[in-house]
Design a protein. Structure first.
Length: 174
């Protein structure tokens, strides 16, 4: 059975922009900038951003946070007819949570060739051997979503380089 998107291109961009705003909140905390929103009836019912460093909890990915909030909002673990937007391709854990919450449509921005489970390394979301599968669409505002990450990692490398140089300088003084 072929699944179809229920959103217009304009709506897809609007909601991905909201996910990007979430990613920026992560960035402000020096977290890898990944953001997600869950949409239901054209309204955002869950938002989340990556908090792995802050919480020191490997499960606090953007999608997990957004799904948890959405489930609390509707007081139901089933998010049937909901859409999830995330700036980066979901990992296996988040893809699992998407399937278990029965989210109907998933939209992501950039591909994650090293950890993505929605097309890169595997495709859990469209695997019809599971009792639920999703409509999946990638590359929504791909450039902006990817750029956030590229900039973040470039600045991180730069900062590490500077710290290393500083340490060397201090060692010389000793
Ligand atoms: Zn994840």
């Amino acid at each position: 059975m072929e699944k179809k998107s229920t959103l217009t291109n304009e709506e897809k961009e609007t909601f991905m922009r909201a996910a990007i705003e979430e990613a920026k909140k992560a960035q402000a905390l020096d977290e890898v900038p990944i953001g997600a929103v869950v949409v239901w009836n054209k309204k955002i019912i869950g938002r989340g951003y990556n908090l792995r460093e802050t919480t020191q909890d490997a499960t606090t990915h953007a999608e997990m946070m957004a799904i948890q909030e959405a489930c609390r909002q509707v007081n139901n673990f089933r998010l049937e007819e909901a859409q999830l937007f995330v700036t980066l391709e979901p990992c296996p854990m988040c893809s699992g949570a998407i399937l278990l919450s029965r989210i109907e449509e998933v939209y992501f921005g950039a591909y994650d060739p090293k950890a993505g489970a929605a097309g890169s390394l595997m495709n859990l979301l469209e695997d019809q051997r599971f009792n639920h599968w999703c409509y999946l669409e990638s590359r929504i505002l791909q450039e902006e979503c990817g750029q956030l990450l590229t900039t973040f990692f470039r600045e991180l490398r730069q900062r590490k380089k500077e710290e290393k140089a500083k340490r060397k300088e201090n060692n010389k003084k000793d």
